[in-house]
Design a binder for this molecule. Structure first.
Ligand code: NAD
Ligand code: MG
Length: 356
């Protein structure tokens, strides 16, 4: 079991536990953070049949009064409609300011539940129990919550930090290889940003045997960044390595290319561009590309620089006429560069050069 503490900017802190067996001990663990109260345990139609009952029982045994709310699995549940129904469900259960929501699932459930908890009665507490690798290494930590609008992803949301995060790594065993690869992309990203040892697990090691280590390393890096810059005015932007091209790739593929896979392609592009521009050594660049490939992730981009640049320029991350892109300098260090929107196409073109 690994335990980490994230300190929020207003001085509060919350525990992040990663280990085996947490589904069955979550009640006792949560009791040490939140006194027994009413709980809305939120999950989806894939996760609930596998894991909901064990979490429910553990919470009930610890004295919590548990209600459950299960939504359809999939990104479609990050909608205003499903969000509204969840709020109504909180009200139906007569939840008060001192009660608790728990997200048991992947990033979709975490984002949806966190947003509803942040809005209900102007904010109640919530706890993350991530069941995907992507959520464990990324989405469950840091307090970003949101749902999608018809105009785009994550357009309605708020910053609302969880009161605790419990990741039972045993639950990850039922994910598909594709879903594991999605999470691996964000973990490899963290390695490139600031943790060469984490990168090496994906480069040479056996990531499946090292999940606790991977998650705690990724969480530790993200916690440091979030503590320093919770609302993404500065260093938190680093976490967007590969994400500017990735968002364009997701959109151009009509979301058939998943986020993690798109991030892998985006990181490959930023790597090639950094080598071409003399920012990153060629051998380090090869190590990054090989490591992405070794972990069943793509490095080839099926779209052109012009069509991608068009989308990036209307992306919400493009503040006015400039865009911040992240370029690797070496494995474990990246730089932020502010570029005029007009030069993004040339950067993407550099990123596509030489791909097979
Ligand atoms: P997801 O929640 O849709 O989970 C992926 C699939 O795996 C779903 O079908 C789900 O039902 C299933 N699943 C979940 N856990 C399982 C398990 N243990 N066994 C079997 N199946 C399981 O998606 P995700 O990849 O976890 O997260 C993606 C979402 O997270 C996106 O909406 C993205 O915007 C969001 N996200 C948020 C942040 C943040 O900081 N808030 C960061 C990254 C991503
Ligand atoms: Mg991401």
């Amino acid at each position: 079991m690994k335990k980490q503490i994230l300190t929020t900017p207003n001085g509060e802190s919350y525990p992040i536990l990663t280990g085996t067996g947490l589904l069955d001990t979550c009640g006792a663990e949560i009791q040490s953070v939140v006194k027994p109260c009413r709980v809305m345990l939120v999950s989806d139609t894939n996760v609930a049949p596998l894991y909901l009952e064990r979490a429910r029982k553990s919470l009930a045994d610890a004295g919590f009064s548990v209600n459950t709310h299960v939504v359809s699995a999939g990104e479609e549940s990050k909608s205003v409609t499903v969000f509204g129904a969840l709020l109504e469900s909180f009200a139906e259960a007569k939840m008060t300011r001192t009660d608790l929501a728990i997200a048991l699932g992947g990033g979709v459930i975490g984002d949806l539940t966190g947003f509803a908890a942040g809005c209900y009665l102007r904010g109640i507490r919530f706890i993350q129990m991530p069941t995907t690798l992507l959520s464990a290494v990324d989405a469950s930590v840091g307090g970003k919550t949101a749902v999608n609008l018809t105009h785009g992803k994550n357009l309605a949301g708020l910053f609302h930090q969880p009161s605790a995060v419990y990741c039972d790594v045993d639950t990850l065993s039922t994910l598909t290889p594709h879903e594991m690869a999605d999470g691996a992309a964000e973990a490899i990203k963290t390695g490139i940003l600031g943790d060469p040892e984490l990168f090496k697990i994906y480069e040479n090691g056996n990531p499946l045997a090292d999940l606790e280590e991977i998650i705690s390393r990724a969480v530790s890096y993200k916690s440091r960044i979030v503590t320093e810059d919770p609302e993404e005015h500065g260093v938190r932007k680093l976490l967007n390595l590969g994400h500017t091209p990735a968002h364009a790739i997701e959109r151009l593929s009509d979301f058939k290319i998943s986020h993690g896979h798109a991030v892998a392609i985006g990181m490959a592009m930023m790597t090639r561009a950094a080598v071409k521009r003399g920012i990153l050594d060629k051998n380090e660049g090869m190590r990054i590309l090989n490591t992405i490939t070794r972990n069943n992730l793509p490095v080839y981009c099926p779209f052109g620089a012009a069509e991608m640049a068009k989308i990036a320029s209307i992306d919400k991350k493009a503040a006015a006429s400039e865009i911040t892109v992240i370029l690797p300098e070496r494995i474990g260090q990246c730089r932020m560069e502010k570029l005029p929107i007009s030069s993004i196409e040339a950067l993407f073109a550099d990123g596509l050069e030489g791909q097979e």
